[in-house]
Design a protein around this ligand. Structure first.
Ligand code: GDP
Ligand code: ZN
Length: 458
């Protein structure tokens, strides 16, 4: 396939030290040659080399920029097309001038995600890998980045490929049996069919079981801080934000809810919800009313409930503990520097197993233990989780669940002794659904929609 030559600024907007304008397509080198003056024309240089020179506007012969230009010829490039990267000074004006020069000399402005889309269309990466590029751009912690990188390297794809392979081989065996009933050298007994489908179901289940953590890594753990006025909610929020440098990010083109704040607690990205509520009105419950707060609590992945060590428990405290008890809650007994008036036995019995951490946010004590408790709640299977292939993308999770239902139906059909071509229909359906994850069986409109989520220049 051949496409026209596209160009875009591929470094973040702003005052970086350098900025890169990237061109991709058949004319990438020829277009750059029109505007670049160095020791020799770029059409003569070796692939994967970098060259010093100047950009000259061919119309006015005026020097525009001092640049370093990398030349990478197809197919060993990200897009599998010829790629030129013009490294120029980082100011907004200068990089825009370079881009404009490329555009007036034959390149077309790339749409968001178009470089990655080409890598996909030219067969360099599959769809789940392309989606990983989006995740990588948006990843909020090192761990999230590792997940995205693994996915980009194709770990999920490899797993999906091997499951599809098992399914297709099994289907092929079944077909042999249907077409040649007398041919029994490799008889596909119900038992073997059962074994294979059970194997596929187990593998899909394993993937699905990583999705909760995967989704948390990707989207952040939605966290609310609750408690009566004056117990230390704002202090807690500030302490979390200061110690864990708010991650993120000004990704052009993405909207972000202003009421949220992200922090990275030992690799767990917390998305602190309604922080404005805490900061401004000092009391979510008061501001939102009990019913709405309850709704919000139910939607949260993590509740941090703050109590005051220096006061006796109030009815409101008890009500909050009860409301949060069934959910993932950590109870924080703050102000341990004050004389203890709170009835800890009562707190423990009301808490029903939720972890209880004592802190003095004033003296900065107990915050480490709190962070450990947060990390344990979500990664309690041991810290070294790097080797797991997480599924973190909602589209993938939905497809895996659908594929699982199809496999379930196949298994039910096998167990009921239904005709084998009935089983085959369900297995084929599972095969197709898994294919959608890696983009083997997806529609063009879905592809366009997915790639439009990218930022410009990727
Ligand atoms: P909020 O109303 O729940 O948000 O509580 P704040 O965080 O605004 O804190 C209320 C008051 O308690 C402030 O004066 C804080 O300085 C103080 N405070 C917070 N944490 C502690 C603590 O651990 N010990 C003591 N003695 N005071 C604290
Ligand atoms: Zn406050």
């Amino acid at each position: 396939m051949e496409y026209d030559t596209i160009a875009a600024i591929s470094t973040p907007m702003g005052e970086g030290a350098i900025a890169i304008v990237r061109l991709s397509g058949e004319e990438a080198i020829a277009i750059t040659d029109k505007i670049f003056k160095g020791k020799q024309p770029l059409s003569d240089v070796n692939s994967h080399t970098i060259h010093y020179g100047h950009l000259i506007d061919p119309k006015t012969s005026r020097m525009i920029e001092e640049v370093m230009v990398s030349v990478m010829r197809a197919p060993r490039t990200f897009t599998r097309e010829d790629v030129v990267e013009i490294n120029c000074h980082g100011g907004l004006v200068s990089v825009n001038r370079v881009l404009e020069l490329a555009l007036t000399n034959g390149a077309r402005l790339a749409e968001p995600g178009e470089f990655t889309k080409r890598a996909f269309l030219n067969g360099r990466i599959d769809l789940s890998q392309a989606e990983a590029v989006i995740d990588l751009i948006r990843s909020k912690t090192d761990r999230a980045m590792t997940v995205a990188l693994n996915q980009m390297e194709g770990r999920l794809s490899n797993l999906i490929h091997s499951l599809r392979q098992t399914l297709i081989e099994t289907i092929a065996h079944v077909e042999v049996n249907i077409d040649y009933p007398e041919y029994d050298a490799e008889e596909m007994t119900h038992q073997l069919l059962h074994e294979k489908t059970m194997h596929v179901r187990n593998e899909i289940d394993k993937l699905i079981s990583t999705s909760k953590q995967g989704k948390i890594l990707r989207e952040g753990l939605s966290t609310v801080i609750i408690g009566r006025p004056n117990v230390g909610k704002s202090s807690l929020l500030n302490s979390l934000v200061q110690e864990n440098k708010a991650i993120v990010t000004n990704i052009p083109g993405t909207t972000r809810d202003v009421l949220e704040e992200y922090v990275n607690v030992r690799g767990v990205p917390l998305r602190l919800v309604d922080t404005a509520g805490i900061r401004e009105t000092e009391d979510i419950v008061e501001k939102m009313g009990v019913e709405r707060s309850r709704e919000m609590l139910k939607k949260a992945d993590l509740i941090l409930l703050v109590l005051n060590n220096g006061e006796t428990l109030t009815d409101e405290d008890e009500e909050l503990i009860r409301a949060a008890k069934q959910l993932d809650t950590i109870i924080i007994v703050n102000k341990t520097d004050l004389e203890q008036k709170i009835d800890m036995d009562k707190v423990i019995s009301l808490a029903g197993g939720s972890p209880i951490i004592s802190t003095s946010l004033l003296l900065e004590e107990g915050v480490d233990q709190l962070e450990e408790a947060i990390a344990n709640l979500f990664f309690n299977v041991g810290i070294e989780q790097q080797d797991i292939t997480y599924v973190s993308n909602s589209r993938h999770i939905a497809l895996l669940n659908q594929a699982r239902s199809a496999i379930d139906e196949a298994i039910a059909a096998i167990e009921a002794g239904l005709p084998i071509d009935m089983v085959q229909i369900d297995m084929t359906r599972a095969w197709e659904l898994l294919g959608e994850i890696i983009g083997d069986t997806v529609s063009e409109s879905l592809i366009n929609q997915l790639f439009s989520q990218f930022c410009l220049g990727k």
